[in-house]
Design a protein around this ligand. Sequence first.
Ligand code: ZN
Length: 189
Amino acid sequence: MGRKSRLPICWLAQVAERLLTYNLCINNDQLLPSVCLKQLAEKQYIIHHQMAAADSSRVRAYLGLNNSAQYGYKKYLSKVDNAQLRKTLARFRCANHKLQIELGRQVKPVKVPMQHRYCKLCNLGEVEDEDHFLLVCPTYQSVRERFRGSLPLTAITPLAELLSCQQQGILARFLVQCQTVRSELLHQT
Ligand SMILES: [Zn+2]
């Protein structure tokens, strides 16, 4: 009888009991257990996310590009209606692009040292990273001129400021045009 009365009454109670063994508690009278469990899972994931960011140079680069270490829905996703443009922006922010900074990382068996991942389209001798590509490389100067009235594109604009600007749709079109120029020039060489 005593044994039976201690059994959990539903699966959530069983989950709660198991979590307690890890010093995690979903007991909160103000919230439904399922809501509480969801919040707990999110809290734990955010802790994991912060630890991963501290450990991975790639995640640190992503957070640097996105001007925010905060976990959560990124507002730029709701500022661009066109799905293709939205995808272009998201890919670039996740370093899913063909710039040398990323290509050099993928070379096997030995990665190209980061400081040697030079831009092949200018003679500045700089690493072709996101900052060089969008704000510095003279190859895209004419594209920048077309967008200068709508985007913060001065030589001293921090990349994070450009990527977090209000005009995300225009930013996406600027990005597409730069990528098109790059792709055409590289196929000619
Ligand atoms: Zn360049």
